[in-house]
Design a protein around this ligand. Sequence first.
Ligand code: FE
Ligand code: FE
Ligand code: ZN
Length: 276
Amino acid sequence: MKIGCHLSSSGGYLAMGQTAVSIGANVFQFFTRNPRGGAAKPIDKADVAAFNEYAAANGIGPILAHAPYTLNAAGAEERVREFAEMTMADDLRRLELTPGALYNFHPGSHVGQGAEKGIELISSMLRRIFDNFGSTPSTTVLLETMAGKGSEVGRNFEELRAIMDLSGLNLGVCLDTCHIWDGGYDIVGNLDGVLEEFDRVIGLDKLKAIHLNDTMNTLAAHKDRHEKIGKGKIGLEAFERIVNHPKLRDLPFYLETPCDLQGYKEEIALLKGLQK
Ligand code: FE
Ligand code: FE
Ligand code: ZN
């Protein structure tokens, strides 16, 4: 089972790898830079090289880099969109040092311009980044399924499919269990039906990662408040079905629950115990 959680990147790559192993994880997620800020720390190539060696030796991966929350490719102001483009391009360049990584981002918020306009802006930004990259990035870029809070784009499978189609790029999807539940997909009562819908609209071959989060909210609340596994409205039985589902069980699972390291260690053990 590939399972891990979100880790702090403040100590560098090797430290994240070692922390992952210490809590029983073999994958992890991290922010490429301050989630609410701008500039990234200069990359320490010796640290990345040491991590790559450690990851290979310990069977760690794929690692999932998460873009900052402030990245909004669908913003109304040009300054906001330029920041998004610059940030993602820079993140993808840095991720070439850890080949085969996943890069997940929130598609954006259209801030009143309408979902269609948002989808257009996001798709054209992705297109430009890939066109200017010089080669095909070794990283797989993932669109995250969103809860539909405010003017979030990606609140249903159709909007993600539209970004994939319009950009013409080979993008993947990161499915967040809290977000799709809050977005109105009943993964508790009808997991098979939701996955069939995902397959019909997007294609299950595009599903590359799962964010495992319980939620504080009722179905279709469009709120996005994560809860510890088994302590929220999704509940442990549903998570047992999720980690054992034949279409999901081999995907990497990343926890983003409100836990400290000890809490994550316990959730990882709990979920490993649930997978048969
Ligand atoms: Fe996210
Ligand atoms: Fe998430
Ligand atoms: Zn969330």
